[in-house]
Design a binder for this molecule. Structure first.
Ligand SMILES: [Zn+2]
Length: 110
């Protein structure tokens, strides 16, 4: 029993806080699956972050035309405007260091 283990191992002079920490650690090591739970949650977050990153990359980089410089991207914006597509802007890509066009002003920061 973890609460007894805390009493047996602990000194009576220990502070209440130290005893709480000791008991908390005893619970964690008692085989109740807390460690597994934390590890799984950590892994799940990593996977979710990686998927989110991949989705962002596909949306803001890989699915788009890439221009090697700002001036070429801006030339493309001008060409689009001639064909009736206005409101485009250019941004430097944090994935490929090239330039892309977007019609969504919030996309770059997303
Ligand atoms: Zn890119």
């Amino acid at each position: 029993m973890w609460w007894r283990a805390g009493c047996v191992m602990g000194s009576r002079k220990r502070s209440a806080k130290a005893r709480q920490i000791s008991e908390f650690k005893a619970v964690l090591s008692a085989g109740d699956g807390f460690d597994d739970l934390f590890a799984r949650e950590e892994k799940r977050r990593e996977v979710a972050a990686a998927e989110h990153e991949a989705a962002l990359r596909a949306k803001s980089c890989e699915s788009k035309n890439r221009y090697p410089s700002r001036s070429e991207a801006e030339a493309a914006v001008a060409a689009c405007a001639e064909y009736g597509t206005t409101g485009l802007r250019v941004y430097k890509c944090r994935y490929c260091n090239g330039w892309h066009l977007t019609s969504h002003p919030w996309e770059e920061s997303e």
